[in-house]
Design a protein around this ligand. Structure first.
Ligand SMILES: C[S@@+](CC[C@H](N)C(=O)[O-])C[C@H]1O[C@@H](n2cnc3c(N)ncnc32)[C@H](O)[C@@H]1O
Length: 294
């Protein structure tokens, strides 16, 4: 008989095999996925779950922190500002952003257990006065208009089916002229239909993503949502991404897959799909800095 975890992974994989179900059931899929991988992700990657822009031989943790600081610097986030982190996960980036900028960060995530972990992490780091963490949906932000002085999102909008609606919501809660900084998974512009089928679809399926946008689609979504774009590029233009794939290679080569527990096997297969997509120039990461033009 299958263990409980194996059954839940099998149920998840059945659910996400249909791309329309990933769109339709976005909230459920995100919750299912992160409830399955949350603990394992934290044991391998701590409180920060995103790829990094490397500049040299720095460690994974240093690269993650430098990438978060880069977003702070590009956004001009500083003391006294009220910032929103959309899809904050278990809080690692918000901790760095609050410390490095001196701003107050509200982290918002759809998965209650991740928000709870972020709250505990903030208390352990004595960051409670500078951060708060709330359950919520990027597509229906529960904040009034003009509430924040800046916002950012790291590798979260890739999950969202209606990405334009997420940008519109960010625009609504930002005061006029406020920075919106993003760092997110994309489909590279040169990907063919065959590439999408072979490389992008497994990435989306194994990570519970709705779909990946191209850089061109990100541009259209930002502009249609009332933003003026100051920078929009592939993160590979800001530094070295290859180090991420090397790190994932080490993770996937940890042992024979048949012997891995079901949740770890799901992560390993997801990591293999990302590395294959990146090396085939199908999968990439976008960086943007935009401002509300209201
Ligand atoms: C890859 S993780 C990145 C987390 C964090 N930004 C980091 O870099 O460590 C993506 C996060 O987006 C969250 N997420 C996905 N869809 C969301 C939505 N519609 N609203 C809020 N959070 C969402 C997930 O729950 C998950 O915590």
């Amino acid at each position: 008989m299958k263990s409980n975890a194996s059954k839940r992974v099998a149920d998840f994989e059945r659910h996400v095999a249909d791309p329309t179900a990933r769109q339709r059931d976005h909230e459920q899929v995100v919750n299912e996925y992160y409830e399955l991988v949350n603990e394992t992700c934290q044991s391998f990657w701590g409180t920060t779950h995103h790829f990094s822009v490397y500049t040299g031989e720095e460690s994974l943790a240093e690269a993650a922190e430098n990438t978060e600081r880069l977003l702070v610097d590009r956004g001009g986030f500083g003391p006294g500002m009220r910032l929103l982190d959309i899809g904050c996960g278990v809080g690692g980036p918000a901790f760095t952003v609050a410390r490095h900028s001196g701003a107050h960060v509200t982290g918002l995530d759809m998965v209650p257990s991740r928000v709870e972990t972020a709250r505990t992490g903030a208390a352990e780091r004595e960051l409670t006065p500078m951060t708060s963490f709330e359950v919520g949906d990027a597509l229906k932000l529960h904040y009034p208009q003009n509430h924040f002085d800046g916002a950012y999102s790291i590798e979260a909008l890739c999950h969202v089916p209606d990405k334009r609606q997420a940008h519109r919501e960010a625009a609504r809660v930002l005061r006029p002229g406020a920075p919106w900084v993003g760092y997110d998974w994309i489909l590279r512009d040169t990907a063919s239909a065959a590439d999408i089928e072979r490389f992008a679809e497994p990435i989306c399926r194994l990570h519970g993503l709705s779909h990946l946008s191209t850089l061109g689609q990100v541009r259209e979504d930002l502009e249609a949502s009332g933003f003026t774009i100051e920078e929009l590029c592939e993160a590979s233009e800001l530094g070295d991404l290859e180090q991420n794939w090397i790190q994932l290679d080490q993770f996937t080569n940890a042992g024979p897959q048949e012997q891995l527990p079901a949740r770890l096997k799901l992560l390993v297969r997801g990591a293999e799909a990302l590395v294959a997509g990146a090396r085939a120039h199908v999968f990439g990461i976008a960086f943007w800095l935009a401002r509300t033009s209201r």
